[in-house]
Design a protein around this ligand. Structure first.
Ligand SMILES: [Zn+2]
Length: 176
């Protein structure tokens, strides 16, 4: 597919461009697209044809940010969009609740436990110094009995668990 401003009106162009941007894979969780992850917030085509893509990065300081930006620009260049600006929106902050159902299934199929519900706290926040309690299910055998091995897995956004039934280790995408 080649996106050409000459043959399409802006609305059609926006849809095509959004499709290209939405299909870009996340650098750290490549089984997920930026759309699955909820990172892709907005795609606009300016009147003079410039494409503005707005993303909200996942975990703060995520080193994948620069890669995400490059991947988006390259994907759009490959589809004939020359003038691309990637904007970063930090508020509201990304939440693991933004991961789509499709994304959660893709994680589980890849042997990664998807994040559970996010606890939204309003008012004063109680400081809890005990280890993070999560409801984690083994993506291989489905057992709810798992122990935390490491709060930081291969990347900061994942914690490492071990299933107490099938004894396999697995990554869990953290709730934020
Ligand atoms: Zn298991």
């Amino acid at each position: 597919m080649s996106v050409s401003a000459g043959t399409l009106d802006r609305q059609q162009l926006r849809q095509q461009v959004r499709g290209v941007a939405a299909a870009v894979a996340d650098p750290e969780l490549p089984m997920l697209t930026l759309a699955d992850l909820g990172v892709l917030r907005d795609v606009e085509v300016e009147p003079h044809g410039q494409v503005v893509v707005t993303i909200t990065p996942t975990y703060s300081g995520c080193p994948a940010m620069a890669t995400m930006r490059d991947d988006l620009v390259h994907a759009l260049h490959d589809h004939g969009v020359r003038d691309v600006e990637v904007r970063v929106r930090l508020h509201p902050a990304w939440s693991s609740a933004w991961i789509s159902d499709r994304g959660r299934r893709a994680l589980a199929e890849a042997g990664i436990s998807p994040p559970g519900p996010v606890r939204r706290v309003s008012g004063p926040i109680a400081i809890d110094l005990s280890p993070t309690r999560r409801e984690v299910r083994c993506p291989r055998c489905g057992s709810g009995r798992a122990e935390l091995t490491s709060e930081f897995g291969a990347t900061a956004c994942k914690a490492l668990y071990r299933c107490l039934e099938c004894l396999e280790p697995f990554d869990h995408v953290k709730e934020i």
